[in-house]
Design a protein around this ligand. Sequence first.
Ligand SMILES: Nc1ncnc2c1ncn2[C@@H]1O[C@H](COP(=O)(O)OP(=O)(O)OP(=O)(O)O)[C@@H](O)[C@H]1O
Ligand SMILES: [Mg+2]
Length: 176
Amino acid sequence: MTSAEPVSLPADDAPILPDWPVVARADLPDEAATIALAQRLAEHLHPGDTLLLSGALGAGKTHIARALIRAWLSDPGASVPSPTFTLVQCYDSPRGEVWHADLYRLSDAQELTELGLDEALGTAVCLIEWPDRMAPDWPDAALLHLDLTPGDTRQATLRILPEHPAVDRLTRAFAE
Ligand SMILES: Nc1ncnc2c1ncn2[C@@H]1O[C@H](COP(=O)(O)OP(=O)(O)OP(=O)(O)O)[C@@H](O)[C@H]1O
Ligand SMILES: [Mg+2]
């Protein structure tokens, strides 16, 4: 599938994100494509994996997290509110816990400990919106960046260190 060039923010406004190598890209022409990618990611994620979800306001971070959590829970109707104000939401299932965080309103790094997210990292599946708020203390993670593209479509980019144990699993989720 071809895609138009992603629209980039001016460099001065771009949030600081980990500079890990790009290992995969996917065009997401509509919401269904985003949900399908989330479902494949849910199949390949293991407890202890962390996925940082970056992208502009409205890029689709919550949309992909919601679909991934529903797939992880095997409950397509599960209520998955955006953690905009609570900062974290936690879901339990026989496969293990999923933590969904939105750090947009994070006041300081100490709050990550108070919220329990520090302890969940490396144990639960953690999906973290606005991970730039953690800079420069990146957790051991993969970064899924969503670019808004012309025509209200999206492009997803997966960045991860080549030696990361989840690299093959997550790349496969993009390739299928
Ligand atoms: N291909 C697509 N993938 C994801 N969302 C899409 C797509 N096309 C349209 N949308 C719409 O874009 C919006 C994305 O909203 P969402 O809340 O997921 O953004 P967000 O990145 O979490 O924003 P915020 O930074 O405010 O938390 C939704 O209304 C969704 O329906
Ligand atoms: Mg959101």
